[in-house]
Design a protein around this ligand. Sequence first.
Ligand code: GLN
Length: 491
Amino acid sequence: MKLTELTIAAARDGLAAGEFTSVELTAANLSAMENTRDLNAFVCETAEKAQDMAAASDVRRARGADLGAMEGIPIAVKDLFCTEGVRATACSHILDGFTPPYESTVTTNLWDAGAVMLGKTNMDEFAMGSSNMSSYDGPVTNPWRAGDDGAKLVPGGSSGGSAAAVAARMAMGATGTDTGGSIRQPGAFCGVVGMKPTYGRCSRWGVIAFASSLDQAGPLTRTVQDAAIMLGAMAGHDPKDSTSVNESVPDFEAALTGDIKGLRVGVPKEYVVDGMPGEIGELWRRGVDWLKDAGAQIVDISLPHTKYALPAYYIIAPAEASSNLARYDGVRYGLRVEGDSLQDMYANTRSEGFGAEVKRRLMIGAYVLSAGYYDAYYLKAQKVRARIAQDFHDAWETVDVVLTPTAPSAAFAQGEKMDDPIAMYLNDVFTVPASLAGLPAISVPAGLSSDGLPLGLQIIGRPFDEETMFRVAGVMEREAAFTAHPMTGEA
Ligand code: GLN
């Protein structure tokens, strides 16, 4: 088998058995990156750094030193993570040339666990979007194509480059961030596993902020087991992030027992939405059957405030973004466009530096936070958010996990939905509720659409119970037996 086809778990075993070195594994991924540049998944390749890190890992192994959980495994990093000495621009013009002098906690944890950095991946500007079309570095092309149709498809967003890189076998795993679905939705669109942990599980320190009460880092990988391994390395308490929770990190991989007998799986009736293709509903029903056949108990549940999740999210996230992005003023970092006065310089920098989607969010955010509208919009949205969290809280009385589709469609063509922001926002209808409630959730590739495109199913878990979520996801992955390959469509 080609080295780039290996899972993280298999590569770990191969490295341990001396079948190949990290230098070889890394070289294989670097050459796949070179050969697949047309997808535009990477915005920065750090080949030299990768080779050095891989060589250092091989030396550690030869010495028999303490080996980390990701020892020698080459991965990609979303451009939202600050990486010391390597560009971090959130794929925005306004952060042009920004090279952080420090490393985010999550990436530090990964390097401490032995992982090797391949480069930075493309994303929607400031992680706002569901298609990767808003990147200043240009769109990412999904490695999957629909049937005979040659149209280029979006990889989903905002972690589109990370999902495409993992799907196209350029990286064994990648970091993503998820504010309202940005790991899970691109995972579903690219046929890979995308996992968002409980809010507070991974440190946000050094992750360029979008909406701080929602942002969470998580892994994109080709299997559930790989997601468990990689999350274990990313997670942990960090005193530098006051919202990082002081909980010990369980052995997520050990949770994959394959046994879900007696577990209660909730199926929420509100997740049937207008206009959803029939095949998504069918896949969802198949998912229910798989889990039932594996011994789980299926429970019909109601999450009554679901329909308010999307409107609440599109008030809260822009509100927080408008506050977080106020710091980009041309003074401290990135782009600066001079003007006649200080005010002009601010205005010129911000109007040239931000793209259309970011500006839309900043205007919505400033509006809903303004005196006179605060109570009507922002405060109301916060109350709705509390109701949504309460819905899940009530559901946990009768179920252990919740099963839903990940997205209401398969990947769509580049350029589609661009003139209709609301249509774009509707992509997040199934992912946003878990984000508002701070819950862990994972998208598992579960089948192909009639056009041959991957579709995902989502498992949502209790707060800080990633283990049960992983356990169910592992069983679903086994039952779905998704083996299709993006480039060829074949197993
Ligand atoms: N698509 C959502 C948005 O545009 C989610 C983005 C994200 O999770 N970062 O806000």
